[in-house]
Design a protein around this ligand. Structure first.
Ligand code: ATP
Length: 448
């Protein structure tokens, strides 16, 4: 079942409003690579910040980490990526296009119908070499996940953080996978950003913690405005589990191409710590001083993609409405995700209005990401802000010069209120936190 929003509309909005551009576009683009524009970079950063806040800052049992993208090749041998991080690939004997064998329906090439080769395993890690000589010994890989940087630092973190188990270690960063089939915009790309938590627990409590994290992560999307009916949980079947996993759930989202994985939450057991201990020769365990026992922790891993989350948030927020006979495209983004929180729009570029409008902007911008726009008609400027999901616009008009008040317009309800410039930051802050907008609509303030 496909989702209701057309992906082309999202791609076109992203291009039009400076959210996401094709990479290297002036050279014809590079397959599956995308650049985040001035609005996109803010949105992406807000997604990362919302995750970090809920996973690291709002808890006392998780700490952060930022490890390097290039790691010792032994890491990937131990983790199983060199042997098992593969997809079966078939090649068309006529047009030589390659396809993921498990994604093909029927026997022929999906493009030209040509005969396909037998499947061959293809490793998804990007290889490069370190140092000036390109030789086998200098081969290293770009990380395909951030998780391994966490496992190899387990001992460093445990001994320096003075924390007890259960303890989580979180990381956000770029990952690289030489995916065979990319596409659906930023859904599947070869370079993307991971948000991963490795939550280390005592064996025996792992099932409970898995359930806990599945709920936490599901609720995170809902809290940030994703409609529940567009989310579902799916437990992996036994035959589907990755080599390291004891159990796994996907949080799926109803993307335009149908239900697809948004995030995976796996119980990795003690696979990774045992493997790294074995291959590095360093002991990786935990001594529980209270119980006087030593054990190798199990780990629960919620693993999400920043880009894929951005896409889900965009799709879920996208709406086309009719307002006073005109079509309005709007992103109903949660205020904490919106690239711009508030836009200051003087009614016109009149020299009398500009100083006051700038004064309002200067008052707001240290507190909120604020835009200032005095070009074109006010209607067009509202439309632009609606399309990038700006929750509030402040208009400075000629009356403002007299009464030192401005009008705040709310994106979703289109309600307007008139408020004094003095103390405007406080009002905006309360509104961004969800204070009801209709408490004092414009007409009521004007009747006073
Ligand atoms: P898929 O089955 O879609 O390839 P996966 O199960 O291999 O994904 P994980 O390794 O579990 O993915 O990664 C966790 C999350 O990272 C995914 O749910 C997704 O949000 C994101 N992710 C993984 N691969 C990509 C990619 N190629 N492009 C963008 N995001 C990705």
């Amino acid at each position: 079942m496909p989702g209701k929003v057309d992906m082309d509309k999202i791609v076109s909005l992203c291009k039009r409003r400076g959210l996401i551009f094709p990479s290297s576009e002036i050279y014809g683009g590079l397959a599956s690579c995308w650049d985040y524009g001035p609005m996109g970079v803010e949105l992406k950063r807000n997604v990362r910040d919302a995750w970090w806040k809920s996973i690291v800052h709002e808890r006392d049992d998780v700490v952060g980490l930022d490890t390097s993208i290039m790691m010792h090749p032994g890491v990937w041998a131990a983790s199983g990526h060199i042997d098992s991080f593969t997809d079966p690939l078939v090649e068309c004997k006529s047009c030589h296009l390659r396809w993921r064998a498990d994604a093909i329906e029927g026997k022929g090439c999906p493009k030209c119908g040509g005969e396909l080769t037998e499947p061959r395993m293809f490793n998804l890690m990007f290889k490069t070499s370190m140092g000036p000589v390109e030789e086998e010994a200098s081969t290293i890989y770009l990380r395909p996940e951030t998780a391994q940087g966490i496992f190899v630092n387990f001992d460093n973190v445990i001994t320096t953080s003075r924390k007890k188990l259960p303890l989580g270690i979180a990381q956000i960063g770029k990952s690289f996978r030489n995916e065979i089939t990319t596409g659906n915009f930023i859904f599947r790309t070869r370079e993307f950003e991971h948000m991963e938590l490795e939550y280390f627990v005592k064996p025996g409590t792992d099932e409970e913690w898995l359930n806990y994290w599945v709920k936490e992560r599901f609720d995170w999307y809902v809290k940030l405005g994703v409609r529940k009916e567009n989310l579902r949980l799916r437990q992996h079947g036994k035959d589907e589990l990755a080599h390291y996993a004891r159990d796994c759930y996907d949080i799926d989202y109803l993307f335009p191409m149908g239900w697809s994985e948004l995030e995976g939450i796996a119980n990795r057991g003690d696979f990774d710590l045992i493997q790294h201990a074995k291959c590095s020769g360093r002991e990786l365990g935990y001594y529980d001083a209270e119980a006087g026992e030593k054990y190798v922790p199990y780990v629960i891993e919620p693993s999400a993609g920043v880009d894929r989350s951005v896409l889900a948030f965009l799709i879920d927020a996208y709406d086309e409405e009719e307002v006073e006979g005109e079509k309005r495209t709007v992103l109903h983004l949660h205020p904490s995700l919106a690239p711009i929180k508030i836009a200051v729009l003087p009614l016109s570029r009149n020299e009398k209005l500009t100083p006051l409008a700038k004064e309002v902007f200067n008052k707001l911008c240290p507190n909120f990401v604020t835009d200032y726009d005095d070009s074109q008609s006010i209607g067009r400027r509202y439309r632009r802000q609606d399309e990038i999901g700006t929750p509030f616009c402040v208009t400075v008009d000629f009356e403002s010069l007299e009464d030192k008040q401005v009008t705040i317009r709310e994106r979703d309800s289109l309600a307007q209120i008139r408020v004094p410039i003095e103390g405007l930051e406080k009002v905006v802050e309360a509104k961004l936190k969800g204070e009801s907008f209709n408490a004092s609509p414009l007409w009521a303030t004007r009747q006073k």
